[in-house]
Design a protein. Structure first.
Length: 241
């Protein structure tokens, strides 16, 4: 989505035309996206959000998302992911122009300024696809049939509607969220890998290993012996699921 960038280079600016779409894709390393003008809808592993000028999105490593640029298109400024990434994935900036001006001099300082000038988090629209996405993030072992029945929806309706909103099936979304959780927890957890796999909802350790390798290219054993890949450098390599 964006070109590699170092601290000594200016930020990467992108323009998207009206009605443009980006299918669900995954960035190997994290980055910060500041909406300078226009707006769009982004649906990803952290939820679905309606973004506008002044919005900021903190994309962490290996997270996937799809984008629909609607009737206005958008101008986006891509910055590194700051060292201290806020808990909220999406927010509004107090002064987006100050971030843009800082990015002309130092992209890393601009990313840090985006964190310090966060004014408020953004919430998802909150319709049932977003409720299901949040439920899957909270509990990757969630039974989709049971959830659909509780909501008074047919399973087929849930599958079609969720994919239309998020660009991926609920089952794929659940697998991706579970693999992300494993990648983040493996280096920090003291649980044996087999126990961690069961705690995260995998059928067994081999299941966790397959999904983590598919996500990161590395086994849980390798991840446990070393820190996860740094998130603070923009990277253009993506994979599609």
């Amino acid at each position: 989505m964006s070109e590699p960038m170092t601290a000594t280079r200016t930020a990467a600016r992108q323009r998207f035309t009206a009605a443009a779409r980006l299918d669900r894709h995954r960035h190997v390393t994290g980055y910060t996206a500041v909406v300078v003008a226009g707006g769009y809808v982004e649906a990803g592993d952290s939820g679905r959000f309606r973004l506008e000028a002044g919005s900021v999105v903190f994309h962490r490593a290996y997270e996937a998302h799809a984008d629909h640029f609607g009737t206005t298109g958008a101008v986006i400024l891509n910055l590194p992911l700051p060292a201290a990434v806020p808990e909220v994935p999406v927010g509004l900036l107090r002064d987006v122009d100050a971030v843009v001006r800082m990015a002309e001099r130092n992209s890393i300082a601009a990313a840090d300024l985006a964190v310090s000038s966060l004014m408020a988090p953004l919430a998802s629209p909150g319709d049932w696809p977003d409720l299901l996405a949040a439920a899957l993030r909270d509990n990757p072992s969630l039974g989709l049939t049971d959830w659909a029945e509780r909501m008074g929806l047919a399973v087929e309706t849930v599958a079609r509607g969720f994919k239309r909103a998020y660009g991926v099936s609920p089952k794929r979304y659940r697998a991706d969220v579970r693999a992300l959780q494993a990648w983040r927890l493996i280096p920090r957890s003291t649980l044996p890998l087999a126990q961690l796999a069961l705690a995260l909802g995998f059928t067994d350790q081999a299941h966790m290993t397959r999904d983590v390798v598919a996500l990161t290219g590395r086994t849980p054993g390798v991840l446990r012996r070393g820190p996860p890949r740094p998130e603070g450098q923009l990277d253009s390599r993506t994979t599609r699921r």
